[in-house]
Design a protein around this ligand. Structure first.
Ligand SMILES: NC(=O)c1ccc[n+]([C@@H]2O[C@H](COP(=O)([O-])OP(=O)(O)OC[C@H]3O[C@@H](n4cnc5c(N)ncnc54)[C@H](O)[C@@H]3O)[C@@H](O)[C@H]2O)c1
Length: 260
């Protein structure tokens, strides 16, 4: 049975990934720093561990747990992350350092800790959750955007460095997904939420399991020739800047004859 470590598994995309991998026959360790919300895993009979990905010691603990409990590690799903909204004037360096420590140092520490076990695997794969904000700029999100961009650089560089060992590494770039991270926005700023929805051709936010499906693919043998890739799952939001349907009477399509 293949084995996987999923971080940020207390909620949202991480929890959906852990649940999906278990359904697909993987032995999974669900890890998160939030002990209360991680309780779901123990209740579902899934191995879990409270750990902070920004800590080198905790990364070593997660990997040691994989070895002790499952005898190895085939897939590393580095999904935990935090938002870091705020303008360049308002966000403090201390806040930025925290975002970097979790969103960028966290995955780097995770990979460094896991490599010895991954090198023993017959199907070693790493999937890092970046974001569409890792591919494009977004006002008042410079801290988050810069860490998510950096993760894609990390994936591309390590794909070239580790490919000769058969270790694959890819990023998932989710678009707007209904999770704990975004539920607050829906409650506090419903107009902003609706505006973001309108920019998505599929006209809705994703369910976390739709992101889990992509992570599960990226770490599976089905993706055996895919490495160094930043896979976008965003309902089509990144493919253009033009109109999205459905058009309305207040935003009609421009007839071709008056476009010249
Ligand atoms: N929800 C979206 O719209 C969206 C879009 C693009 C990218 N993402 C990314 O997806 C990933 C998952 O986010 P989500 O939307 O499921 O949010 P979420 O808040 O539901 O889940 C994130 C989890 O990460 C955990 N976490 C945070 N810091 C941690 C740390 N230092 N150590 C261990 N665990 C920690 C949290 O406790 C939480 O359970 C994140 O990397 C996020 O940046 C989300």
């Amino acid at each position: 049975m293949p084995t996987a470590l999923v971080t940020g598994a207390a909620d949202g995309i991480g929890r959906a990934t852990a649940e999906r991998l278990v359904r697909e026959g993987w032995s999974v360790l669900a890890a998160d720093r939030d002990a209360d919300r991680l309780e779901w895993a123990a209740q579902a009979g899934i191995a879990s561990l409270v750990a902070d990905i920004s800590s080198e010691t905790d990364n070593a603990r997660m990997v040691a747990h994989m070895e002790a409990r499952f005898g190895g590690l085939d897939a590393l799903a580095l999904n935990a992350g935090v938002t870091g909204g705020g303008s360049i004037d308002s966000l403090s360096m201390a806040a930025f350092e925290r975002v970097v420590a979790i969103n960028l140092f966290g995955p780097v520490l995770g990979i460094k800790a896991a490599l010895p076990l991954l090198r023993c695997s017959k199907q070693p794969a790493i999937a890092i959750t970046s974001s569409t904000m890792g591919l494009a700029g977004y006002a008042e999100n410079w801290a988050y955007c810069s860490t998510k961009h950096a993760l894609i650089g990390l994936v591309r560089a390590l794909a070239r460095e580790l490919g000769c060992e058969g270790i694959r590494i890819n990023a998932l770039c989710p678009g707007p997904t209904r999770t704990g991270m975004t539920r607050a926005m829906e409650a506090v700023a419903p107009e902003h939420f609706a505006m973001l929805t309108q920019k998505v051709p599929l006209q809705r936010w994703a369910d976390p399991d739709e992101m889990a499906a992509v992570i599960a693919f990226l770490v599976s043998p089905a993706a055996s020739y895919v490495t160094g890739h930043a896979m976008v799952a965003d309902g089509g939001a990144m493919v253009g800047t033009g109109l999205v349907g459905p058009r309305t009477a207040t935003a009609p399509a421009i007839p071709l004859e008056i476009q010249t």
